[in-house]
Design a protein around this ligand. Structure first.
Ligand SMILES: [Zn+2]
Ligand SMILES: [Zn+2]
Length: 154
């Protein structure tokens, strides 16, 4: 049996190609792979996370390539780069504008759906707005539940 090197179902790649063409972006194999990955991974991965997950499947991939592909999508508004207080850039597939909540205990980043009008601003007090990031921190409900359990058990 022939060993298959590739992971993506062909129609998924085709879907990503169409998505890029519709937005006037030149599709490439790597771009399609990264886009497909980002669409399926809404955990706000870092460049390293993405590189680690994809390098087995795409041996020719380098960290720089991943970074360049991400930057390309960010500059065209397909992905958003999140700046978090941990100082690492994280990437997000933009379907609907949303805010983020980062748990200070487990580090998980949750999508928070706030009024979309908050993102629909291009000028405030004469300042031109080019990016809007709404970002909350605290303790997530999962960590709170764990704490409560612990406290309850004594
Ligand atoms: Zn947590
Ligand atoms: Zn998000």
């Amino acid at each position: 049996m022939e060993k298959r090197r590739y992971i993506l179902p062909k129609d998924s790649l085709e879907k990503e190609r169409m998505y890029m063409l519709e937005r006037g972006l030149r599709p490439s194999y790597r771009r399609a792979v990264v886009l497909h990955y980002m669409r399926g991974n809404r955990s706000h991965p870092t460049v390293d996370d993405i590189y680690t997950d994809l390098r087995d499947k795409l041996p020719s991939l380098s960290r720089t390539t991943v970074y360049n592909v991400l930057s390309f999508f960010v500059s065209h508004g397909v992905l958003k780069e999140l700046i978090t207080d941990e100082g690492k850039a994280r990437y997000d597939f933009v379907e609907k504008p949303h805010a983020h909540f980062r748990c200070l205990e487990c580090g998980k980043i949750y999508d928070i759906f706030v009024d979309e009008k908050l993102f629909d601003v291009n000028e405030i007090d004469g300042h031109q707005i080019t990016d809007i990031q709404i970002y909350f921190t605290g303790v997530c409900k999962e960590c709170l539940a764990k704490k409560q359990k612990k406290a309850g058990n004594g």
